[in-house]
Design a protein around this ligand. Sequence first.
Ligand SMILES: *Cc1c(COP(=O)(O)O)cnc(C)c1O
Length: 360
Amino acid sequence: MSTPTTPRPRAHIGDIPAYVPGKPPTPRPGLTAYKLSSNENPYPPLPGVVEAATRAVEVMNRYPDMGSRALYEALAERLGVPVEDLAAATGSVALIYQLLQAFCEPGDEVVYAWRSFEAYPIAVTAAGARSVQVPLRADGRHDLDAMAEAITERTRVVMVCTPNNPTGPAVSQAELDAFLARVPEHVVAVVDEAYLEFVRMDDAVDGLATYRAHPNVVLFRTFSKAYGLAGFRVGYAVAQPEVAGALRAVSLPFGVSAVAQAAAVASLEAGEELLARVDALVVERDRVEAGLRAAGWEVPDAQGNFVWFALGERTAEFAAACDEAGIVVRPFAGEGCRVSIGEVEANDRLLEVARSFLGG
Ligand SMILES: *Cc1c(COP(=O)(O)O)cnc(C)c1O
């Protein structure tokens, strides 16, 4: 009797690394638990956003507007770009997949910094392409010179994550310009700006000016972080129409739900109010960063809504100490912990744990 066999997926499917999601907090009696493990926004959606999404729920027997017309128009107006230069998707994670599907043949190379966003190696492997990971510098910054040197004949895409998840620093416009000058025109240069709204630095990247100056640049942006809509799954790309059109061509039909479209449009309308929340989070981030430095921690420049602790062998120990204090963080085994900026009380607890960790 022959052993039954099951259909085999393509060879590289087995090589796809698992995505490790941020854990929920361990419930502790008498202690409010806080989730600081996924860079989420601690503020719930604004009332107007909830109302718009609720109205959309009433027509959920219908397919969404496949062209996401209202969303495209609202984005085009807000950004001052033509609708043809936009591609909306179910989160900017989906855009990474779409970009690789549209631009990479099997075995093509994708250059990015490492450690960086953990979805990159997953999406690259899923596309049958090859990751070329360029180590970050010791201060958690991109080594853009080394990344430029890593570009070969097989390179189709380079990705710059700024601010870098999980270490925090952002690249400057001068650094980005010098890098882009070394990227061949036929190579797509992604600038992943998931945390754009939190950046407060001199010579910050002006993504829109950069995409206008470089036909190979694609900006990835998201409603998940500053806009606080992570659960709705909406992101978008800005690029020249040929590139944006390729992203739209490979998108999942009807991907962005009507509820998500309505929430995103309402959030753009509430822009001022939402950006005031971002300002409050930035104040908290700077307070946490300063508190950690004062306590003797060497943290990299934090330009997103999170801070990075380079803990090496003590990573699991630090994560456990945080968990004990009712805050759950995101450990990267043997490397460090990323901790999102959350509610004031959660941030206070982080500072306490960090202070006593150094003492103990
Ligand atoms: C969170 C994040 C995203 C966005 O994810 P969504 O799919 O839009 O929720 C993209 N890039 C980086 C670096 C991120 O940290």
